[in-house]
Design a protein around this ligand. Structure first.
Ligand SMILES: Cc1cc2nc3c(=O)[nH]c(=O)nc-3n(C[C@H](O)[C@H](O)[C@H](O)COP(=O)(O)OP(=O)(O)OC[C@H]3O[C@@H](n4cnc5c(N)ncnc54)[C@H](O)[C@@H]3O)c2cc1C
Length: 154
């Protein structure tokens, strides 16, 4: 079979320094790229949207200050670094850079049949598990600001 077009893939992780610049917020691959071996590229784009959507809605509706949007940038940059570290480890596994990594991979694969957890990658959003504080703090802030405006709706 003639594949028609081939090229060399180089795994790399890149990110903007911040995901909010005034009224412009970046998400998904426009904000960051990850090696495909970490299987977090699209997943982290969804997580960006999940993090940003409700904050934008709150700010636009006047329930929270615009500074809430900075927590989007901080939290998702934090998630990028965790994802990039995971993707680096996955890349070393998929494409061993030395004989040592190769031996490690062979050992892990030989155990995978017996220990199923080895081959169950976690694709969930790390920012919610590891840095929930700013989000919770601003949700509470937005809630109390809404109550102050609408005391009847407690
Ligand atoms: C081989 C491969 C395997 C992958 N496997 C996984 C996986 O298993 N799990 C995972 O989570 N991720 C995976 N990814 C990564 C994932 O595909 C990307 O992270 C994801 O598609 C990025 O989505 P996005 O919407 O941010 O950007 P994109 O998908 O790049 O979408 C941007 C869109 O904007 C359009 N566009 C660009 N410029 C303009 C313009 N000026 N005007 C109008 N439109 C424009 C583009 O045409 C494109 O449609 C993989 C990627 C590759 C290449």
């Amino acid at each position: 079979m003639d594949p028609g077009l081939t090229s060399i893939y180089r795994a790399g992780a890149l990110t903007l320094d911040a995901y909010r610049y005034g009224r412009v917020c970046f998400a998904g691959n426009a904000a960051h790229t990850l090696p495909i071996f970490g299987v977090r590229g699209l997943n982290s784009g969804f997580d960006d949207a999940d993090n940003l959507a409700w904050k934008l809605a709150y700010v636009v509706a006047g329930h929270a200050p615009a500074a809430l949007l900075d927590t989007y940038s901080d939290e998702r940059l934090h998630a990028f670094h965790l994802n990039a570290e995971g993707a680096r480890r996955s890349t070393e596994f998929m494409s061993p850079p030395s004989r040592g990594f190769d031996l490690f991979r062979e050992a892990a694969l030989s155990l995978a049949q017996e220990h199923r957890a080895i081959c169950q990658p976690d694709q969930s959003a790390p920012d919610r598990r590891l840095s929930p504080t700013p989000t919770r703090r601003f949700r509470a802030l937005a809630q109390s600001s809404r109550r102050a405006r609408n005391p009847a709706r407690r």
